[in-house]
Write a protein that binds this ligand. Structure first.
Ligand code: CTP
Length: 395
């Protein structure tokens, strides 16, 4: 559990005192706690006690110059492995379910790309109200996890469901979420993506069409399952996915060198559209037109990164290639599997309009065991399904 970090949002309710005990339990287990205290939460526990137990600064203002200078609210929302809301009041649930962003807690919940765990705490009538039921259903559909509430006597004198789960139970739920869903934790993944560019002279180049979207989505999906991912990327217009180490390269030879430097790895996924050839001579000076017919460009073959990794002394256990084809897709993919010596080929039919540079992909997974055809889906969904398959294979 060491080095894990929780962003703990403490809402306004009598149960807020239990969040102090939760903070103590988390710190004792070596888990970092960065607290956000809502204005209502500060009516129940003081920033000083929360800060002392968390051994960290308490964040509470959305528009605080000092807080923003230290860590912007977007960065704050991404700074932990898990966001925990305890107590999650009816108001915080309603805000999160409806995407409000009018204070630090709600803005953080809207901006985060990390899993969220809520420990609701409220009066039994509020918990049973149709509005809260709707919000609960929405939040669950959005993937938010819940622990509690428990049934029992309430601070308001009523009895029923609505008491916040005990700190030990919340702690257990946190431990479960920090360890589950990360089947690739401890595994190293190498992903190539984007095009390569091969210089003709300092201003001209040969390149391939590739947005990099599919490769970036795969790097991101592998990281989400806990892998330590190196993304070796040719020039693209995409930002580096969160939690992924990106190495920028231009030519095929640079890409190969960066891949070899990233070894050892448990899995390599070669998604890059590598230029098959490069000009034999890349002039150091711009080639001038000077009126004569253009000189032909002599080409030499580039190294095949996928084939090199497949027969490398430090070969990753699982090597996966892509085959972008316009015709006889599966036959070509099967031939590539044999020729390159990789384990799987993800074949995609780029003759389908909107695949190149688009957001959807229709693929077939070709392995020694046969061909599996996947229905057309978003590139993100292809990535997640492939990452799950990789996790299954490396288990
Ligand atoms: N690939 C590679 N290095 C190269 C060429 C291709 O690593 N120099 C990888 C791609 O990243 C992809 C797979 O090989 O995973 C297939 O690429 P593709 O361009 O479809 O195949 P080619 O080997 O270039 O064959 P062809 O051009 O004949 O289709």
């Amino acid at each position: 559990m060491d080095q894990k970090r929780i962003l703990l949002i403490v809402g306004g309710g009598i149960a807020a005192y239990k969040s102090l005990e939760l903070t103590r339990l988390l710190r004792k287990a070596g888990i970092g706690v960065r607290p956000i205290l809502t204005a209502a939460g500060a009516e129940f526990v003081t920033p000083l006690s929360l800060s002392a137990l968390a051994e960290d600064k308490v964040y509470s203002e959305l528009f605080s110059l000092t807080d923003e200078a230290e860590m912007g609210h977007i960065e704050l929302s991404r700074s932990a492995d898990l966001v925990v809301v305890a107590p999650a009041t009816a108001d915080l649930m309603a805000k999160a379910a409806n995407g409000h962003a009018n204070d630090l807690a709600s803005t953080t919940l809207l901006a985060t790309d990390k899993p969220v765990l809520m420990a609701p705490a409220m009066n039994v009538r509020m918990w049973e109200h149709a509005a809260t039921r709707r919000n609960l259903a929405t939040l669950k559909a959005d993937g938010v996890h819940f622990v509690g509430p428990d049934e029992g006597a309430m601070a308001c004198g009523e009895y029923g469901e609505g008491r916040m789960a005990e700190p030990a139970a919340i702690f257990q739920a946190i431990q479960g979420l920090l360890t589950s869903g990360r089947p690739l934790a401890g595994k190293r993944a190498l992903v190539t993506a984007g095009p390569t560019v091969e210089a003709i002279d300092p201003v001209r180049m040969l390149t391939n069409r590739s947005s990099g979207k599919q490769g970036y989505a795969i790097a991101s999906a592998l990281a989400a399952l806990g892998a330590d991912v190196t993304l070796v990327s040719g020039p693209t217009a995409l930002p580096a996915p969160a939690g992924v180490k990106r190495v920028d390269v231009e030519s095929a030879r640079d890409m190969l060198a960066a891949c070899e430097a990233a070894l050892p790895a448990d899995v390599a996924v070669c998604v890059a559209a590598v230029a098959d050839w490069r000009p034999a001579e890349a002039g150091g000076q711009k080639i001038k037109k000077d009126g004569a017919a253009p000189a032909p460009i002599a080409l030499v073959e580039n190294p095949d990164i996928l084939a090199t990794l497949s027969k490398h002394a430090r070969r990753p256990r699982l090597v996966i290639g892509f085959a972008a084809e316009t015709h006889e897709v599966e036959a070509h993919a099967q031939a590539k599997l044999a020729k390159k010596g990789c384990d799987w080929i993800v074949a995609n039919d780029v003759s389908v309009a909107g695949t190149m540079g688009g957001d959807d992909n229709a693929i077939a997974l070709v392995t020694a065991g046969g061909i599996e055809r996947w229905e057309r889906m978003a590139k993100g969904a292809v990535a997640r399904r492939l990452a799950e398959r990789i996790a299954g294979e490396l288990k």
